[in-house]
Design a protein around this ligand. Structure first.
Ligand SMILES: C[S@@+](CC[C@H](N)C(=O)[O-])C[C@H]1O[C@@H](n2cnc3c(N)ncnc32)[C@H](O)[C@@H]1O
Length: 246
């Protein structure tokens, strides 16, 4: 899968892209991340990419011409791709959206900065807008990294498929708790079922813990999982024992 990231600050991506799983995925040829410096598309000698807002007020606005030229040049390559702007007023990124994006062969991610983009770019070249949360970052670079990371780990081969099957937000429930050696740490033992060697009981315990945790932390998700028909009869009986009222 290919990501094209359009940014005024390409150096910000060093680190996230050069460590751990994203690094290995690129080395394995599963991921191709290309950084494009928007400033390189500015035509004046100062490489100006922003200007004062019409109507006055604080901050600077990213100019239309350099970013439009950059988007068009990158879009001219194959395969076709959606042009996704990182924006605090965009659609909230969810695991379901990450799963949808992971099926695309290529994504163009546009990082805003300062007060954001000239609105005419959003009305013409931008095809989708994504927010990583209801807060405001200084720029779209960290948001784009979040998108790359969340999407890339769902690309087949990047990590073990079993790791993403039952994790939080993958199927409406949160994940069960994990433990590793030693069996007793500072007087705290791991739940006995996990060292019982009984796979059926471990699976049942994990399902119960997913339900218990989702009820305690995100009852809104539980209600949605119920409405979507994702809870079994056994799940509902267990939830009733926990006092959940539909
Ligand atoms: C300081 S913000 C601009 C905020 C804008 N003036 C507003 O009030 O909506 C600069 C850039 O950071 C990025 N950004 C900030 N918060 C974000 C968020 N929650 N999700 C995605 N991108 C964000 C966007 O690319 C945005 O253009």
């Amino acid at each position: 899968m290919r990501f094209d990231i359009l940014t005024l600050f390409p150096a910000m991506f060093t680190g996230p892209l050069t460590e751990s799983i994203l690094k290995r995925a690129q080395q394995a040829g599963l991921l191709d991340v290309r950084l494009h410096d928007i400033r390189a598309w500015a035509s004046d000698k100062h490489r100006t990419a922003d200007d004062a807002p019409y109507g006055g007020g604080a901050g600077m606005v990213m100019k239309a011409e350099p970013l439009a030229a950059c988007i068009r040049a990158v879009l001219a390559e194959e395969p076709p791709a959606p042009v996704i702007l990182m924006s605090p007023d965009g659609e909230l990124l969810t695991q379901a959206i990450a799963q949808e994006l992971a099926r695309a062969p290529r994504l163009l991610l546009v990082c805003g900065h300062y007060e954001g983009l000239d609105e005419r770019l959003r009305a013409t070249l931008i095809t989708r807008e994504l927010s990583v949360g209801d807060y405001v970052l200084t720029g779209g670079e960290l948001a784009a990294m979040v998108v790359v990371d969340a999407v890339a780990r769902l690309v087949p081969g990047v990590i073990d498929a079993a790791s993403t099957a039952e994790e939080s937000h993958s199927d409406g429930l949160l994940e069960y708790p994990h433990y590793t050696r030693p069996a007793i740490w500072e007087g705290l033992p791991v739940p006995p079922v996990l060292v019982s060697g009984h796979h059926g009981e471990v699976a049942k315990w994990r399902r119960h813990e997913r339900l218990r945790r989702t009820l305690a932390r995100r009852p809104d998700l539980l209600a949605r999982a119920y409405a979507d028909g994702q809870l079994t009869r056994a799940d509902l009986l267990f939830l009733a024992e926990l006092g959940w009222e539909r």
